[in-house]
Design a protein around this ligand. Structure first.
Ligand code: MG
Ligand code: ZN
Length: 197
C-alpha cells in the first residue's frame, strides 16, 4: 500500500482556499482506542453545531487522521472505509459535508507487512496537510487544525497551520494557540479570530 495519504470519499475544493483540519478520534468521535465499529460511531457533543458554524462561515472541513490500527492488524482497510462511510452519514445528517477525508494507515511497528513502514503522512509529520493543500489548493497559513493530541498540533506547526487542542488529554502543549473543551468552542474561536474567507 504505497501511496499516502489515502483518501476516502470525494474531494471538494473549498472557496477561498481555507479549511479547518479536523483530527477524527477524540475530536469528531470518541477515542475508544482504535474505534472500528461503524454502528457504534457517535459524534461527540457539540460536533454537529461546531461543524455547521464553521461551514456557515465559509470554512472547508478536512479530516486528517492517523489510523495505525490498520498497520497493526486491528482492522482492515475495508472496515476503515465502512467507518468513514458512517462518519460521512453522521455529519450529513447534521447538514454538513467534509471537503475531504485523509488518513494514514501506516506504522513502522505494524504487523501487516504492506502497511508496516514509516510514513511522512503520519502525524506529527505534516504530509497529510501538505497533500491536502496541493489537491485542494489551500493556503495553509490561513487554515487551522483542531486536535486532541500534541501530534496534531505538531503536524500543524510543521505545515505552518495554527492549532487548537481540545479534550482532556494531558501533556505538553507545544505551540497550540489555545486549549478548549471541544470542537464547538474551537469553532467559535476560529470564527471570532479569523476574518471570514
Ligand atoms: Mg485524536
Ligand atoms: Zn501513510
Amino acid at each position: 500500500m504505497g501511496d499516502c495519504p489515502h483518501m476516502h470519499g470525494p474531494l471538494r475544493q473549498p472557496p477561498g482556499g481555507r479549511v479547518v483540519f479536523l483530527d477524527r478520534d477524540g475530536v469528531l468521535i470518541e477515542d475508544t482506542g482504535y474505534p472500528d465499529d461503524p454502528e457504534a460511531l457517535v459524534l461527540l457533543p457539540g460536533v454537529g453545531e461546531g461543524l455547521r458554524r464553521l461551514a456557515a462561515a465559509g470554512w472547508g472541513l478536512v479530516v486528517v487522521t492517523n489510523q495505525s490500527g490498520a498497520a497493526r492488524g486491528y482492522f482492515t482497510l475495508e472496515r476503515l472505509a465502512a467507518v468513514h462511510d458512517r462518519l460521512e452519514q453522521l455529519v450529513e445528517a447534521e447538514g454538513v459535508q467534509f471537503n475531504g477525508i485523509f488518513f494514514c494507515p501506516h506504522h513502522p511497528a505494524g504487523s501487516v507487512a504492506v502497511l508496516a513502514r514509516p510514513c511522512a503522512c503520519r502525524k506529527p509529520e505534516p504530509g497529510m496537510l501538505r497533500a491536502a493543500a496541493r489537491m485542494l489548493d489551500l493556503q495553509l497559513p490561513r487554515c487551522w487544525i483542531v486536535g486532541d493530541r500534541d501530534s496534531d498540533i505538531l503536524a500543524g506547526l510543521a505545515a505552518g497551520v495554527p492549532g487548537l487542542l481540545v479534550g482532556s488529554e494531558t501533556g505538553v502543549n507545544p505551540g497550540a494557540r489555545d486549549r478548549l473543551e471541544g470542537l464547538l468552542d474551537a469553532a467559535d474561536l476560529i470564527c471570532r479570530e479569523a476574518q471570514g474567507p
